[in-house]
Structure formats: C-alpha cells, structure tokens
Design a protein. Structure first.
Length: 254
C-alpha cells in the first residue's frame, strides 16, 4: 500500500498538503494525523482518495507509540511524509507562558524528529520527506524567539537528513515559508495581543504547498516558496547577526 502521511492535517498547511497530494499519481491512501478528530473526518469526507484518520496528540508519548504501532501493523510503502504539525507564539519571551514554551519545543522539535524516526523503516527509494520549517529558521527573531529557535533546530535537522538519506534515494526537503495569511497560525500565535503590526506580502497556503511539492520532487534541500522567504534566506547569509537582530525587531513595528 502506497501512502502519504501528513501531520498537522486538521488545518493550515497540513490540510492543504492533503488536498494537493490527493491529486498526485501513485498514492493509494493518505494517513492524516492531528488532535481534532472532527476536522480530520471532514477532510476525509472531502478527499477523493481513501483517508485513514489518526487522531493523535504527538506531544504525548502514548500517541507516538500508537503511530509506531499502526505503521508496524500495516507496513506501508511511505511515498510522502509531511511533518506540518507545529505551533507558535508571538511576543517577548519573558511574557510567554512556560507551558507554551514547552509545547513549542515538544511539537516543533521533538515530535517532528520522532515522527520522522518512526517513518524510517517504511521509506524507500523515491520516497519524499517534507519538514515544514519557517523563514524564521534563518536567523534569531526578537518577538518570535522560541518559535524561531525551534524552527532553526528543524531546519538543521532536515538539511543533515537530506544528505544522510540521499544514498538511499530518499528526498528530504525543509520547507521555509513566510507568513501564510489564510491559515489559523497568525491568529492563534498573536492571541495574547502581542502580534506583529502588519504581515506585508503574506503568502497563501495553496501557493506555498504547490511550490513545496515541486521543490521536493526536484530534491531541493531547502524550499523557500515565495519571494520574501527567498530574499530572507539570502540576506540571512550575508548580514551578521548583530545587524539582523535589530532589523528583525523593526519588522514587528512596520
């Protein structure tokens, strides 16, 4: 059975990945993972491919054990893995609740690495792995500190994995979008009233996912699906951190 496995599939980029993967040739089924079962059931009803719903909280060890058990039971041919589960909070680090800091680290770092680890035995030549990072991964980001740090971890992890799995014919891509305006992320991340003043040139989820899947098919190590994140990636390599930090801080006030 040839499958795609998508985490964070109940909303945002994860949901859009499911929608677009449903039209890619060569898949028999899509497995969707998220906490909100009702959202996943709605997605299943709307998807032209068979969908297996796995209502799991990936920050809980017992849920990760369940995912490993289901994979071991069915032994699928995992053609595409998309790790889109993630969370963020905007605001000065000292103002963030400790539970939110821990949750960002658990979901954005630990869970992503553990899901990928669980998938390793079922990846084969031609399989594709997409880890959804962020343009925030390219540099430290005042006002988005912990989130940016977790995505920097995931970017580093993914780039190394790209080289480690290349001899096996497995393609690994870090997806690093700019703000995406038609998802829940901005509203949830800024729910404490600490959001950025504006989100200029924000992307749309359909465009981000389409470009990310294209870059994955081309075996790109990093996908920057949009003009702003592409420019940011280049600028972050040129500007020293001492200059990039105040520039990033000013962006919150534009």
């Amino acid at each position: 059975m040839r499958i795609a496995l998508v985490t964070g599939a109940s909303s945002g980029l994860g949901r859009e990945f499911v929608r677009q993967l449903a039209h890619e040739p060569g898949l028999d089924e899509i497995w969707v993972v998220a906490r909100r079962r009702e959202r996943l059931e709605e997605l299943r009803a709307a998807c032209p491919l068979p969908v297996r719903v796995l209502a799991l909280d990936l920050t809980r060890p017992e849920c990760m054990d369940t995912l490993r058990r289901v994979l071991a039971e069915h032994k699928p041919n995992l053609r595409v893995l998309v790790n889109a589960a993630g969370m963020g909070r905007i605001g000065p680090t000292v103002d963030l609740p400790a539970r939110d800091i821990g949750a960002m680290i658990d979901l954005n770092c630990r869970a992503a690495a553990q899901v990928t680890d669980a998938a390793f035995p079922y990846l084969h030549p031609g399989s594709r792995v997409l880890e959804v990072c962020s343009t925030a991964a390219f540099q430290p980001m005042p006002g988005l500190n912990v989130y940016a740090a977790t995505k920097a971890f995931l970017l580093s992890y993914t780039q190394s994995l790209h080289y480690e799995l290349a001899p096996a014919g497995i393609r690994v891509t870090a997806v690093c979008p700019y703000w995406v305006k038609d998802t829940e992320f901005i509203g949830i991340a800024s729910a404490n009233g600490q959001g950025f003043r504006h989100y200029p040139l924000a992307s749309r989820s359909a465009d981000v996912v389409r470009r990310a899947l294209r870059d994955s098919a081309r075996n790109r190590r990093v996908s920057t699906p949009g003009l702003v994140c592409t420019v940011h990636r280049v600028a972050a390599k040129i500007l020293p951190t001492a200059a990039a930090l105040p520039a990033a801080d000013r962006m919150r006030k534009i």
